[in-house]
Write a protein that binds this ligand. Sequence first.
Ligand code: ZN
Length: 172
Amino acid sequence: MALRTIVEEGDSVLQKNCRPVTKFDRRLHMLLDDMTDTLIEASGAGLAAPQVGVLRRAIVVLRESDESFVELVNPEIILEEGEQEGAEGCLSVPGKWGLVKRPEHVIVRAQDRNGDPFEMEGTGLTARCLCHEIDHLNGHLYTEVMERFLSDEEAEAYFEQRAEEKERGKQE
Ligand code: ZN
């Protein structure tokens, strides 16, 4: 297990357009393994390569439906529909939450760690996470598209509500 340092807002690495991955080699596999370890350690929902200082188009996201981590190399959104508004945070903007509008449903085309193409579908939180991480690859943070920051009380209320909904979902 190897943890990488997460860079924070203000670092110019987060404002750069990342290059496509062209070599699906051991170096890429190490990067993806380290990103997943780093994400788990930070209890995050997604991480993009530039957040660990690597300007390549690779992300890892938590898929809500089965709570697994999915690696997406060279991801591209090929369909987005609907709209949702909710709280969004970023490991590179620690301790803050913003109110952000995102599509409710997305389909992303990407390659796996061996270069094989696949598609991933996401709704709700997973769709939000995919959009957020792909924005990182284009040098954008959610703070550029949010309506406003949430107060601590608002963020707390939002997460309590979401935890209750999740609990209810399990019981039904
Ligand atoms: Zn982020």
